[in-house]
Design a protein around this ligand. Structure first.
Ligand SMILES: Cc1ncc(COP(=O)(O)O)c(C=O)c1O
Length: 433
């Protein structure tokens, strides 16, 4: 039986594209008017005392062990150990919304929902699959893709991944992508796809022309009647190392492209702000003609996933990040300097790989951005190559599948890049003998 609050949210979404694409779990979920909602209400109006939440206070301040509080001397106890709101600390959500708008001017003002804080981007992708992907349905993504998509979609949601060979030697194979998308649309009338740029593991981002063509393909299947959910996984946003790359997220275009297209952006501090283990990500929604009421319902559905899994994200992390965003004058400069370090590594790797263009055993997949590049292995097995590199040369890499070896050049100190790539080519040659 549908809970009354779930029915309200489902009613608010109605036959708008996200409403029609909810999973059975997505339809069931609602944000209770229980402890969290009543606690938030009390926070506004409890002038004498607040007896709502399960925390311990003295003089209205949360108790904190000094061995903990002393490690974060610039923060009050409440900023460290109190519970954060389910959807995240409002100031941080506003800051991130402003950042999304600044980086993606095509979105325009008010063209997207307020971001919801998730536990890393993983928490965001998983929440979206809980809400919009059902048993037996299909989630499309590039082949190869970040391995966690398969774990989330197939093992967790009992759905199927359809991995599309959408990279060719020169970049994006638009024909292959278009064929796969129309085929999926024709089969079921629904398309769910994750587009991740800069891409893990290839390190490729679409050029301006390719980005426009991808959007056209999606507009075309939507115009023919398919309902489309595009999850834009922007984990590595901003790390563009060639001049012709599309500067905005595809979310900026897909969020206003057609009533049948619904876009969800997953991004966060993880890679963009070099805060990998702090576990701060965001989910943001956009769709043509979606209203404030639609966005409110989508946010409440996302809060329901969060409340029923992890309850809320870390308070101290959100406050540390919000303080960083709002007070550090040197932030932009330092971030740019770190980005330049990664770009310097990209350039070094680019030169080494270009010098081996016709290598008989290792063919680089297209790369121009992000943290990674991948080799297609010809005549050698990627796992054997990985093992040889690790045990004979002391170099760690990832075997993505039988034929794909990923190298995170972002994690290679400049002075070892030559040696790492020399080892990779030498090991491949030894194995192919
Ligand atoms: C494409 C992609 N999406 C999402 C993530 C997960 O990010 P987080 O660590 O914030 O969960 C990663 C991390 O490696 C990634 O490569």
């Amino acid at each position: 039986m549908e809970h009354e609050l779930a029915r309200e949210l489902n009613g608010a979404l109605g036959d708008a594209t996200p409403g029609l694409m909810l999973s059975a779990m997505g339809r069931r979920l609602y944000f209770p008017k229980g402890i969290i909602a009543q606690g938030a209400e009390a926070k506004q109006s409890s002038s004498l005392a607040d007896g709502t939440l399960g925390i311990a206070v003295k003089h209205k301040t949360p108790l904190i062990l000094s061995a903990l509080g002393n490690q974060v001397p610039g923060m009050k106890a409440g900023e460290i150990v109190s519970y954060a709101p389910t959807a995240g600390i409002p100031a941080l959500r506003e800051t991130w919304a402003a950042e999304i708008g600044r980086k993606n001017p095509s979105l325009g003002k008010g063209g997207f929902s307020l971001p919801v804080v998730t536990t890393g981007l993983t928490g965001g992708v998983s929440a979206l699959c809980d809400l919009f992907l059902d048993e037996g349905q299909t989630l499309m993504a590039a082949n190869p893709s970040w391995d966690n998509y398969v774990l989330i979609a197939e093992a967790r949601r009992n759905a199927r991944m359809r991995l599309v060979d959408m990279f060719n030697e020169g970049g994006i194979d638009l024909a292959a992508l278009g064929t796969a998308l129309s085929d999926e649309a024709q089969k079921t009338g629904f398309v769910r796809i994750i587009l991740n740029f800069p891409h893990n593991p290839t390190g490729y981002s679409p050029t301006v022309g390719e980005a426009a063509a991808i959007c056209e393909i999606i507009r075309d299947i939507a115009e023919k009647g398919a309902k489309v959910l595009v999850i834009c996984d922007d984990a590595y946003f901003g790390l563009r190392f060639e001049g012709n790359i599309e500067p905005q997220s595809l979310f900026a275009y897909l969020g206003n492209i057609h009533e049948n297209v619904f876009a969800a952006k997953v991004d966060g501090a993880t890679k963009e702000d070099f805060a990998w283990g702090m576990r701060c990500g965001f989910v943001t929604f956009a769709g043509k003609n979606l209203s404030a009421a639609h966005y409110d319902a989508l946010i409440k559905k996302t809060m329901a996933v969060i409340r029923s899994t992890i309850s809320c994200s870390s308070t101290v992390v959100q406050n540390l990040l919000q303080n960083m965003y709002s007070s550090e004058a040197s932030l932009g400069k330092e971030r740019a300097a770190y980005r330049d370090i990664i770009e310097g590594r990209y350039k070094k790797v680019r030169a080494l790989v270009d010098a081996q263009k016709n290598h008989p055993h290792l063919q680089p997949m297209p790369f121009n951005s992000g943290y990674f590049m991948s080799f297609k292995c010809k005549n050698v097995d990627a796992e054997s190559l990985r093992q040889t590199l690790l045990h004979r040369y002391g170099v760690g890499t990832i075997a993505i599948d039988e034929r794909t070896l990923r190298v995170a050049f972002s994690g290679l100190d400049d002075d070892c890049i030559d040696a790492v790539y020399a080892a990779i080519y030498r090991a491949a040659e030894e194995l192919a003998q």
